[in-house]
Design a protein around this ligand. Sequence first.
Ligand code: GAR
Length: 218
Amino acid sequence: MAKMKVAVLISGRGSNLQALLDACADEDFPAEIVAVISNKAGAQGLERARKAGVAASFIDHTLYEEREAFEKDLDAKLKGTGAQLIALAGFMRILTPWFVDRWKDRLINIHPSLLPSFRGVHTHERALEQGVRIHGATVHYVRPDMDDGPIIGQAAVPVLPGDDAETLSARVLEAEHKLYPACLKLIAEGKARVTAERVKIDKDAAADAASLLTNPVG
Ligand code: GAR
């Protein structure tokens, strides 16, 4: 079966991108990364892409006065790659409804909290402040509202006594690196689909998805 073509958008370190690249290196994995695009010139993720032999490029959003003009160029670039799905991996630009609607149900994101808790930034600090005992990460389809949209998978991790934002974010990140490839696999195999704004997972994949996604650390 043909692999699903995926473009990954990044702004920085790219450790989630690396997890996706590593998963895609397996010849049996149902997706391939065809392009990595960053809005930051020095993003470490660009180097990771090049090392993996994936086309890596940069679009400088500061050169555009209007957000939509930037997105029109980004959209054209993405179309040129033949991507069927866009995965945001630490892409720190808010996308307009125009772009989000254009890629509806073909645009996914990873967010470092158990949504709908802790949308936005500083999720680990806020989780500690609130004293939650379980924290984690979510992969979801993108909708115009920030960190909103049908949930594909979540990974939960414990908040341990003595945690600070650094130790907690490291634990969540380790979970993210398992969660994102697992969710991409479900989508690329056609086993996760959006129906009435919820993600329906095929019955034959549900047990796997549950064991993988509930708490994939360790
Ligand atoms: C990840 O923790 C990701 O969940 C988060 O940024 C980090 C990127 O790290 N994304 C967001 O906060 C998006 N709202 P990475 O560049 O090493 O993958």
